[in-house]
Design a protein around this ligand. Sequence first.
Ligand code: ATP
Length: 274
Amino acid sequence: KAFPAGQKDLKSKIKFDDVAGLDQAKAEVVEFVDFLRAPTKYEQLGARVPRGGLLVGPPGTGKTLLAKAVAGEADCPFFAMSGSDFIEMFVGVGSSRVRDLFQQARASAPSIIFIDEIDAVGRRRGKGGFGGGNDERENTLNQMLVEMDGFTSGTGVVVLAGTNRVDILDPALTRPGRFDRQIAIDKPDLAEREKIFMVHLKPVTLHTDLKREEVAKRMASLTPGFAGADIANICNEAAIFAARRAAESVEMQDFERATERVLGGLPKQNSLMS
Ligand code: ATP
């Protein structure tokens, strides 16, 4: 998944309604939306401004989607980067990219920065430097910390980050004033999977015998352990199977084949056990 790192004026059209389930997480990020809409209100009241939030959960559960929805609800630009982009970078490149990204975000404030896979840069420092190669990662992490510390209450930039490994993060990242808030994003339960299917079935042309509600219910019960991204995939694959059959609409058999296909592509065990 390639992010246009620091692309300017990337206004998100995604709203909370596009994020199915995750009610608890949505309730927790509402404060960021409120802050982005009226940063000075917080300042005037002398409140400590919410600066960063960690969205913690397995891959494909909607962390990026939720961050985009925060930007969409606040109607502000969304700047994104992925921690894994910074691995094996030449000296100085990672930290200067971080500097640029924060600079752009500040210039377009109120705005939001999303750092996907923050664990790739944010692993605890000072361990396992076999033959070097970690230096630039550490520089990048240090730059991130410097940038976050440089925010004053009127900066109007919220930084969200996604990870599924909060345990390996450098404690400096989770200190007050940095990513001091953790928001759990879990795999969807049965009712949530049904809601996610409802969202991703919307663009699909279903056979006239099928009702969206019924397909969503049935598919939700067939997909324990699937994440939102897997569900989006199933809906898309089902439409592709139907197209290959030269059919005019998508039938249950297409969903069944698509489920098997997506299941085959999932990593064994861990995706299905939780
Ligand atoms: P990663 O950790 O791999 O970056 P992520 O948690 O950021 O994953 P997203 O990129 O947000 O996951 O999700 C991928 C896609 O899956 C979304 O663009 C969306 O189509 C679908 N999706 C995931 N969760 C949901 C959800 N709760 N509601 C609707 N769609 C969802």
